[in-house]
Design a protein around this ligand. Sequence first.
Ligand code: NAP
Length: 496
Amino acid sequence: MQRPGSVDEGARHLRFAIIGAGMSGILSAVKLAEAGLTDFTIYEKNDGLGGTWYENTYPGLACDVPSHLYSYSFSLSPDWSRRFSPGAEIRSYFERVAGEHGIDERTRFGDEVTHCEFIDGRWHVETAAGHQDVVDVVIAATGVLHHPNYPDIDGLDTFEGAMFHSSRWDHDVPIDGAKVGIIGTGSTAVQLVGAITERVGRLTLFQRTAQWIMPQDNPAYTEVQRDDYRDHPERLEESHSNLREMFGLFANAIIDSDSAEIAFIENACKANLEDNVHDPELRERLRPEYRAACKRLVISSNFYDAIQQPNAALITDGIERIEAKGICTKDASTNETCLHELDVLVLATGFHADAFMRPMGIVGRDGHTMAEEWADRPNAYLSISIPEFPNFFMLNGPNGPVGNFSLIEVAELQFGYILALIEQLRSGGAGELSATRAAMEEFEAARVEAAKKTIWVTGCRSWYLDDRGIPATWPWSFARFREEMAAPKSEAFERR
Ligand code: NAP
């Protein structure tokens, strides 16, 4: 095994394309360089770094994983302002790490990869700008939630006010004093309601499905605490590892719908609703008809308070259509319609979570396309490797641990695994490496079976579920994920 940072004489030279300069693309670049693999280019469709933290800039944006956990293990920060720091601060963190590692200079910004084709043992990469590259290994660090879901509602295009998806926030549109409508009640909408209700003239929230809300304070770190972290880096490490343990327990809760931990979460959400929503009629409309954490658990310290403000309204009648002046809803029992006039309409309607690197055209061995491979739905061995797509590795690919964990830890573990595969390519142990079909199918069958015990299948609609209603996630413990990521199993890979 080669030491990080050293390059063996006689080892195969490898060139890499990293697709995406978000959290996992930056991680890939840092880790490749650390391993002495410096011949790479990062391709980024946006004009800046940060992926989801570049695209999402809506008011109230934060991460629901504590900042001391949502940090690279190799670049813990004493500077976080809050337990759950705001989105702009998270983006600055990624920019700082990328800057420290010279990643900006290695990135082609605003240059989306449109096509990757495996020809004669190498990947031929093409971008929208017409740039071409030939590489040995592709790292697809393209993220999960980046293709906005625009709702299919009658009259959407006829609205005359300002309208945008939450991940395309238009900061030129004034919201202070305005009549603002939000469609959706996911993590995004809940954060938005908490952040803008006091600014807008009228806030109208269109709820199709109620959400359980886990109460969660978001205290600021004092300067004394930050100094303490600066002076005692071991305390930063300790904080990171304590949070890791805590989130590991959460993972255990959601994979077992009968666990004591999930009962604790359910009770906390129910008490939050009972104790903090005062009008019984509103409380019932906010009460979900499914179990807590069946959908991705939403955490908030201020949503219930905001939705009870005199200038806020929760609309639970179904949306009939969108008109020039606002949204028309229909009372199911009386059939009466009502127009809710709006100046601004925010579509907090989520993402196409099964797109991954598509619409990029990807052609693997012998002309086999990703469109064919994923015709039913996305799949990959351990979320990382796909048969017939040799030397093409994904970070945060399909069916991985996307629950309420730190996706940074997930990506770090996955990259360690990928690096072990890359080591086989570099040392000459293999020229082409991809998971065998048997390994992928066996993994998928076990995953589908295990998913039946999870909280995600207890009766709700969510972006975790695939077209069969099976959660497209890791259904085992986080400890098991760590074990799997420790080293690739030789028999699971085809070498040529
Ligand atoms: P989401 O959880 O998928 O929620 C989308 C919302 O839009 C749902 O309430 C959905 O209703 C509603 N919706 C979709 N189409 C609709 C239609 N045609 N008519 C009416 N309502 C419609 O999306 P999100 O809130 O953007 O969050 C996505 C994920 O991003 C989160 O689960 C999380 O992983 C991540 N995220 C995290 C944070 C954080 O860290 N705090 C913040 C934001 C986002 P139904 O429930 O009825 O389907």
